[in-house]
Design a binder for this molecule. Structure first.
Ligand code: UDP
Length: 241
């Protein structure tokens, strides 16, 4: 647990295997890829925190969370990013004959990501794609559209917490076996937004690269120092106990 949010100790291969099984069994499982900002947000939204803790899998998406978890003695093996997870899942889904649906992002982005994934995994069944900009009243019809495609695995990239609440509310209506919240991953896969070069990632500086490329995110990134402060405070509290 980090600041009241559950994190599961699974590597990308185990996560892939587990999620694919949910899809095949039509389990109706929700998966969260937990980021640092989401944990900070969960401190002021009890419903969101409870939702995260109810998910079938809660994966550690950021280095900040990984470091904090390890500092607190949790044996987390590695982070599992949305982009990486989508890639592994599509490889496995193509082999297993499970079709996927990509929902989220600006118009054309999910389709662009689907085209890239299809060229990487020619056997991949793309049940459908849809942009993530819609009116609130359209949500049930979107879920019905997804259901009609018969997709087994649903990726939802609406940003957090929107995507988590959407999945919780509409997953059963989509009839997909499993849904994964993937944030801005479609932007990266489609090539709409560049991912940090390997060297930056190795130095755990992906957040800085992103801040330099998208300076308007500075306010959101204030969540990072605040997160460090919250973890330190929590550590002090448990020492005092
Ligand atoms: N998005 C969307 N619908 C909305 C708002 C956002 O589909 O109403 C998409 C947006 O285009 C982007 C993603 O959600 O692809 C959010 O990306 P961001 O990097 O902000 O999310 P994070 O990965 O940090 O949760």
């Amino acid at each position: 647990m980090i600041l009241g949010c559950r994190l599961d100790d699974v590597d990308v291969d185990t996560a892939t295997h587990t999620i694919l099984k949910f899809a095949e069994e039509r389990a109706g499982a929700q998966i969260v890829t937990l980021g640092t900002e989401m944990v900070v947000y969960a401190q002021r939204d009890d419903l969101f925190r409870a939702l995260v803790n109810r998910c079938a899998l809660s994966l550690c998406d950021t280095v900040g969370l990984l470091a904090a978890a390890r500092l607190r003695g949790a044996a987390l093996r590695e982070r599992v990013t949305g982009v990486e997870l989508i890639d592994h899942l599509c490889a496995a889904a193509a082999e297993a004959g499970v079709s996927v649906y990509l929902f989220g992002g600006a118009p054309g982005v999910a389709q662009g990501a689907a085209t890239k994934l299809r060229s990487r995994y020619p056997l991949l069944g793309i049940a459908g794609t849809r942009s993530g900009y819609f009116g609130t009243d359209d949500a049930p019809a979107i879920a019905d559209d997804i259901a009609r495609t018969g997709a087994g695995l649903l990726f939802v990239g609406l940003g957090s917490p929107r995507q988590e609440f959407w999945i919780e509310r509409y997953l059963s209506r989509t009839q997909c076996g499993v849904a994964v919240g993937v944030g801005g991953s479609f932007d990266v896969i489609s090539g709409n937004v560049a991912r940090a070069p390997e060297a930056w990632r190795r130095l755990n500086l992906e957040w800085l690269y992103r801040l330099l490329r998208e300076p308007h995110r500075w306010r959101r990134q204030l969540a990072l120092p605040y997160f460090v402060w919250l973890v330190a405070l929590d550590g002090l509290k448990s020492c005092a106990r």
